[in-house]
Design a binder for this molecule. Sequence first.
Ligand SMILES: [Zn+2]
Length: 343
Amino acid sequence: MPTVVHHASEIDFESPGKRHYQVAFHQDGTWGYSLVPLTVVAGTRGPNPNGVLCFGGTHGNEYEGQIAVKRLARDLDPEQICGRVVLMPQLSESACVANLRTSPLDGVNMNRAFPGNPRGAISYRIAHFVKQHVFPLGRIVVDIHSGGNEGAFPICTSFHPIPDLAQRKEIATVSRLFDPPFVLIYASTMASGLLTDEAEAEGKVTIGGEFGGGESTSRHGVRHAYVGLMNVLRHYGLVEGSVEPIRPAGSQEPRLIRADRLDQYFPCPRDGVWEPVVDPGAAVAGGELIGRLHDFADHSSEPLDIIAPRAGFLAMMHLSARPRKGQTLFVIADELDWNEALQ
Ligand SMILES: [Zn+2]
C-alpha cells in the first residue's frame, strides 16, 4: 500500500528507487482527508536535467489520463531510468472518486485553481502543493484530459500560444510524441488558473490534450496517452529506446490547428436538443450545416440550423444533447503549417 503523508517534507523525492504515496489534504468540513496518489520514480542510472511530471484526473470524470499515469506508476522500473518521474494519476482525487469534473468537497474546478492557495479550499491547497513542491522537480509537464461530459474532441495534444520561440519549438516537438491526429493551439483567454497555464508561465515544456470523452474510456486515447508518455521519457533519455509510432503505418502526420481567438468559440444561441451532423475533427466549409437545435415545446416547429460561419477544422463540439444558451457549441480551428508556426 502507498505511504500516507501529511506534508511534502515526508516525501522522499531524491533517493534512487520507486515510492508510492497518498498525500493527505484535510477536508474542510469534517475530520478526514482527500488522499491524493503520488508516485516518485528516481532512476538508478544517474541524473537527467529533464525531470518529467505526469498528471491525470485533474478533472475527475476523465479517465484516459488516470489509467495511463497509474499504469506508468506500476510499470516504470527505477533500474531502467535515468532521471526522475513524478506521477499523480488522480490530482483531484475527490472529483475522481465522485466521477465529477469538479471536486464535490469545495465545488472547485482543479484546472482553474492554479497557482493555488495554502489557506484556500481543498482544491486550492492541492494546486499550491503542486506548484510549490512538484513543479520544481521537472522541466516537462504533461496533463492528460478528455472531454468529460461537455466536449467531444478528436484526440489531440494541446498548448497555448507561447511567446518564447525556444519553448514553443520544444513544446511543439513534444506534442507530436503522442502521435495524435491533431495538435491544437488553444486560447489562453477562454479560462485562467489552468495547471498548464502555470507550468507554461514557469517556462516548462508543457503539454495538455484531450484523449477521449463522454465519461467513458477510449482505448485509443489510453494508448496515445500511455505510449505518448513513454515516448516523452524516451525522447529525453529517461528510458532507453526510440520513439514509437502509435497510429497505424501510413497515417497522416499530426495536423497543427489553431483556435487561439475567442471568435473561434461559438456560443449556443439558445437552449435546445442538439443534433450534430458532422463529427469532431471534420473539415467544414463556411456555410456548411454543423447541426440542428430542436425545440420540443412545439414538435411541429422547424429546427434551428447551425451553420459553420467560416471554414476550418471542428476542434471541439458540444457532447451532450442538451446544450444551454451560451455554452460553447463548437470550435472551428485554422490549420497551420508546422514550419511557419515554429518561426
Ligand atoms: Zn479536463
